[in-house]
Structure formats: structure tokens, C-alpha cells
Design a protein around this ligand. Structure first.
Ligand code: SIN
Length: 310
């Protein structure tokens, strides 16, 4: 029995990765992911220049998950590209490189630099950060998303995926899938956090994070049904060449199994990685293996996408 997963012409030992933003801001954290049992890993979404992000406290663990408004703190594009190029001198396994420019022009500038560089891995264009004051999540603007992707693919020829926010309406799944199917995307990553939730400390009668008067993206157990719906909706609407990375509410082997059943190929872990650290990859691979053994599956391909309806 094996968890091996083929994605972008490469076979990874298992489908598990960090979600961008968790345990991937510094090279120290990235090296810890390299040394962990994660099948693959991704860098923190970066901007052209280093950003301090939003004021603290900006991440808070809550009983059913997490709320955050980090505001894209990162060390800047060059820091992550240098790391990536160095990594590629020593490793053959593809690295995922996440970018989240503050504007279409900034995204295009970073993509042009990646295109011209020796980077051989997979780029993720994050169109869904809910935490930058004054900047709505681009992927909720369908026209702007289509326009950006047209400009992107006019100049970018390397493998590219996009990170999407959750959608909540079947008409929106249809519209977004119709746009995405026009492009040679390697993958769609569904979902980013559910934007702009509000968690309240009842005793203090106060919010728990400082930015945006306490509004922040929700992750963890809260978001799993929404994440599964988005994975399923895109798996059943996108052309088969566009793979799905399932992100949202993966805490254990059962959550992972459900994402795979909905059609995900790779799986990203955010909130639970933040809580447990990289050793989560040891636990969760064992739990998924145990479920597959109990069900008599030898490979993930035997059940991927095969969710039954009634
Ligand atoms: C953040 O830095 O605010 C989180 C990134 C994201 O949600 O895309």
C-alpha cells in the first residue's frame, strides 16, 4: 500500500503539504519542512518587497480552528527565490513557490522574474488573501480574474496554479470554472481561509485579533465542509488537466480521505500544522494509511474523486 501521488510529472511520497503561510516564512522553517515527512511544501506568499504585515495579535487558535489576519508578512520576493534556487541545486523534488502581489502589475512583475529565472518548480498565484485592508480578494471579481489570467498566460510558460477563496453558490462555481478552463493551469488550490469571520472572547467582551477590528480568515474544523464542497465543485467542473489541491480543515487521516474522495490530488494543512508543527505529517500519513488498509485500498487513485451521491 502506498500514498505515492503523481502531480506535475513528479511522484511525491505522499500528498501532504503545508498551506502557504504556515511554517514557511523563514528559511529555517522551510528547511524544517524539507526535513519533515511532508510530501511537498510551499513558501509563504510573497510580495515584491518585504512586508511587516498587520499588527499583532494577528493569529489566534480557537476551539474549532483559527482566526487570522496576518496581512501577508513576508521577507520579499528575492528572499524566497534565492531559497528556491538554492534548494533546487540540492534537491530534485519540485518546490511550490507562492506569490501574492498587491496589484495585477506586481503579480505580473514577479511572474516575469520567475519566468526569466532558473526556477524549475511550480508557482502558486494567490488570488485570495482576505487580510490586506483595502484590498478585496481578487478571485471574487470574476472579470478581473479572467483579465489577469489572460495577461499571465501571455507571458508565463512555467507550471502555474492559483489559490482560490471559498465560493458559496453553484452559479459562482460554474462561472469561475468556465473562466479557469480557458487556461493551461497546472492546478487550483481550494480553499483559502473563509474571509472576515469574527471570533469573540465572551469573558472579555472583545475580539481576539487586533487588525481590522477583529475580522479575520477562519481555518480549521469550521471550514472543512466548505472546503470539501469547493474541491468537489471544481473537480467536477474543471478539465482533467487542472488538478485540485485540497486545503481546509484537514486535521486527521479521515479529513484527508474525504478531500481525496472529493477529487483532490495534493492536500495542504494550515491550522493543524500551526498547532502541532511538522510532526503532524508523521501522524496524518499513518492515519490515512490505516483508513486505506481498513477499506482495502492499495493506492489513492483507487478512490480519488469517487464520492458517491444518493
Ligand atoms: C495572510 O498573510 O494574511 C494570509 C495569507 C492568505 O490568506 O492568503
Amino acid at each position: 500500500m502506498t500514498l505515492e501521488t503523481t502531480f506535475f510529472n513528479h511522484t511525491f511520497a505522499n500528498p501532504f503539504m503545508n498551506a502557504s503561510g504556515v511554517h514557511c516564512m523563514t528559511t529555517t522553517e522551510l528547511v524544517e519542512l524539507e526535513q519533515s515527512n511532508a510530501g511537498a511544501f510551499i513558501t509563504k506568499s510573497c510580495t515584491l518587497n518585504e512586508r511587516a504585515g498587520n499588527p499583532e495579535p494577528r493569529y489566534f487558535d480557537v476551539p474549532l480552528g483559527s482566526i487570522n489576519s496576518m496581512g501577508l508578512p513576508n521577507r520579499g520576493f528575492d528572499y524566497y527565490l534565492d531559497y528556491a534556487l538554492n534548494y533546487e541545486k540540492q534537491q530534485t523534488q519540485p518546490l511550490f513557490f507562492s506569490i501574492a502581489g498587491m496589484s495585477a502589475a506586481e503579480n505580473l512583475e514577479m511572474l516575469t522574474m520567475i519566468e526569466k529565472s532558473d526556477f524549475q518548480g511550480i508557482t502558486e498565484l494567490n488570488l485570495s488573501c482576505p487580510n490586506v485592508p483595502g484590498k478585496p480578494q481578487l478571485a471574487y471579481d470574476f472579470e478581473a480574474t479572467e483579465d489577469l489570467l489572460q495577461q499571465v498566460f501571455a507571458r508565463f510558460t512555467k507550471p502555474l496554479g492559483i489559490k482560490l477563496p471559498p465560493y458559496f453558490d453553484l452559479a459562482h462555481f460554474d462561472q469561475m470554472a468556465e473562466i479557469l478552463n480557458q487556461f493551461p493551469l497546472t492546478y487550483v488550490n481550494s480553499i483559502n481561509s473563509i474571509g472576515n469571520g469574527l471570533y469573540i472572547d465572551t469573558q472579555k467582551e472583545a475580539v481576539v485579533i487586533k487588525p481590522k477590528e477583529g475580522f479575520g480568515g477562519l481555518g480549521g474544523e469550521y471550514v472543512k465542509p466548505t472546503a470539501l464542497a469547493n474541491v468537489r465543485a471544481f473537480y467536477t467542473r474543471l478539465k482533467p488537466e487542472i488538478k485540485i489541491i485540497g486545503t481546509g480543515g484537514i486535521r486527521n487521516g479521515q479529513d484527508a480521505f474525504e478531500h481525496l474522495l472529493c477529487g483532490a490530488t495534493m492536500l495542504q494543512i494550515g491550522t493543524e500544522l500551526h498547532k502541532e508543527g511538522p510532526k503532524i505529517f508523521d501522524r496524518i500519513t499513518k492515519e490515512l494509511e490505516q483508513i486505506m488498509t481498513e477499506k482495502g485500498y492499495r493506492t489513492i487513485d483507487e478512490f480519488r474523486g469517487k464520492l458517491k451521491t444518493i
